[in-house]
Design a binder for this molecule. Structure first.
Ligand code: NAD
Length: 377
């Protein structure tokens, strides 16, 4: 008797691919190549539509975030973003029309992206790229900074500069957090820890700030819902020191907006190159899908743009984060992470992670690195 065939409909994910400026189009091309390899192997379908943003948007449609691009984002399940901004282009353009503000901040606001995830991983083979002594790197640094992105001092009101009676000026910024804002970011951190080494270090300044006291109380309450995760509270000043003294103690690091801004850059320095660092900014979840915005931590790197020299790994790992966090395609995401590790172990190195002292290292172009990773899927 012939076997019955069940026709399973493939999951389809709509992705807006916004490459932007500088190295953006070069590294995006490689990320899409790797995504296509994963699509072939893991049986989902990607509906990718590319659109202009940044100076490319200004050139194409007169705006850093053209209406068509925004409309595409609204009907997509997630955004894979390159980077925008070219410091040497038209310095007379008003600040609010410049791509960094008009495109990036506008998209963050439009999609309510409240959680920023920045994984920092330093494989043992790239120990030379890290500014810390090898003894401090253990078996390799591997942490995830989860930063609250829409609250705290950067957005709190009042925010103003006023002139006092004696002619002095006084600047005021206000740090504000509500229970709900802390709770939702804490949940993202604990859920992320479940996919990693089950440890959260929550950063605050509870010895000085009211915000710190509330932060610690709410995180402690949320922790009760995650008995599989160990939690530790650390003052931000100590955390800044511990990142340099013993970075291997950290798994997931949970921070409010400003502390996260500073600490995620400190953590990034440990990885040696911006070209290795992906990021995700997450919005609300509906059903099984979380709207997300995925981009490399670095910028448009105008010094190397258009020369096939950029490291595409940050963009490729951002695509893997998209599969994991927006689409729950954890196997495919893990396969991309592993393929990146395989390419590095095989010695492929773009200029930013190349060391002439490493006998295993061979220089790779952007394209060659993307090919090696796609082939390893
Ligand atoms: P940058 O991150 O573009 O470059 C800093 C250094 O890191 C450069 O030497 C560059 O060559 C190197 N680098 C960055 N990414 C790399 C990669 N993938 N491979 C190899 N080397 C890489 O920072 P910048 O020079 O200060 O900024 C350039 C432009 O990018 C500016 O207009 C800035 O506003 C913009 N920018 C945009 C974003 C974004 O779109 N999210 C983020 C940061 C900077």
């Amino acid at each position: 008797m012939p076997k019955l065939r069940h026709r399973m409909s493939k999951q389809t994910y709509k992705i807006a691919a916004l490459a932007g400026d500088g190295i953006g189009p070069e590294v995006m091309r490689e990320a899409l190549k790797v995504l296509r390899a994963a699509e072939g192997k893991f049986g989902f379908q990607l509906e990718v539509t590319e659109a202009a943003v940044g100076w490319a948007g200004i050139d194409a449609a007169g705006k850093a975030l053209p209406d068509e691009t925004l409309a595409l984002c609204r009907e997509s399940d997630s955004i894979l973003f390159g980077s925008v901004g070219l410091p040497d282009r038209d310095p007379t353009i008003p600040k609010e029309e410049r791509p960094e503000r008009a495109a990036l901040l506008a998209l963050r606001k439009e999609f309510g992206l409240f959680a920023n995830l920045r994984p920092v991983r330093l494989p043992a083979e790239l120990a030379h790229a890290c500014p810390l002594k090898v003894e401090r790197q253990g078996d390799g640094i591997d942490m995830l900074v989860v930063r609250e992105l829409t609250g705290g001092m950067y957005f709190g009101q009042p925010k103003t500069t006023e002139t006092l009676e004696d002619g002095q000026q006084r600047a005021i910024d206000t740090m504000v957090y509500t229970t709900n804002e802390i709770e939702r970011i804490a949940r993202v951190a604990f859920q992320s820890a479940q996919l990693r080494r089950q440890h959260v270090t929550s950063i605050d300044k509870a010895n000085v700030l009211e915000n710190g006291v509330l932060w610690r109380e709410v995180v402690t309450k949320v922790a009760a819902d995650f008995p599989d995760i160990t939690v530790e509270h650390m003052f931000v000043d100590n955390a800044a020191m511990q990142f340099l003294l013993r970075p291997t103690q950290f798994d997931v690091v949970l921070c409010e907006n400003m502390f996260g801004d500073i600490l995620s850059d400190e953590a990034a320095a440990l990885a040696g190159s911006l070209g290795m660092l992906p990021s995700a900014s997450l919005g609300a979840t509906s059903g099984e899908r979380t709207f997300g915005f995925y981009e490399p931590a670095g910028g448009t790197a105008p010094d190397i743009a258009g020369q096939d020299l950029a490291n595409p790994i940050a963009q490729i790992l951002s695509a893997a984060m998209m599969l994991r966090h927006s689409f729950n395609e954890t196997e495919a995401a893990a396969a991309i992470d592993t393929a990146v590790a395989t390419a590095i172990t095989a010695g492929h190195r773009t200029g930013d992670i190349f060391s002439p002292e490493d006998p295993n290292a061979k220089k790779a172009t952007t394209t060659q690195m993307g090919d090696a990773i796609a082939a390893a899927i």
